[in-house]
Design a protein around this ligand. Structure first.
Ligand code: CA
Ligand code: CA
Length: 145
């Protein structure tokens, strides 16, 4: 089993954190990335579980977005809070997922995650524009395990 640390090297991790920083300059939305080895349950259930565990349900505008990735199973999902899902259509995330999937298929995991983050930021910008005095409500660091 590969280690989580080997999955993304330090530089790639930094590029992901930087991408979150860039994306959050366009939107008040908060994006987080969680990676772990194996998906032990239903992917939607797991993503929502992590969303709550990471206290991502505490944003003022309910506009947190979690990108989840299970590296051994090579599956991922994106989950947005109520504030987002109340205003966007069901297919809002599909274009982002398509971009990510096309990178993952080629084994470009870092690029897939980075592009997913940047695309999410662009999409959120329309509904949740960046506001002056924005607070970074959720850490931009990758969460693991
Ligand atoms: Ca913010
Ligand atoms: Ca943040």
């Amino acid at each position: 089993m590969s280690k989580l640390e080997d999955f993304l090297n330090a530089q790639e991790e930094q590029e992901i954190v930087d991408a979150i920083h860039i994306a959050e300059k366009n939107t008040s939305g908060e994006i987080r990335v969680h990676i772990e080895h194996k998906l032990h349950s239903d992917i939607k259930k797991r993503t929502i579980e992590l969303f709550h565990k990471l206290k991502m349900d505490n944003t003022k505008l309910q506009n947190g977005v979690l990108i989840y990735f299970a590296i051994d199973d090579k599956v991922f999902s994106i989950y947005g809070d109520k504030g987002i899902n109340d205003v966007v259509g069901l297919d809002f995330w599909n274009s982002t997922k398509d971009i990510m999937a096309s990178h993952f298929k080629k084994g470009e995991f870092k690029s897939g995650i980075v592009n997913g983050i940047l695309k999410t930021g662009e999409q959120l910008q329309k509904y949740f524009p960046y506001q002056s005095k924005d607070i970074d409500e959720l850490s931009n660091e990758i969460s693991k395990g």
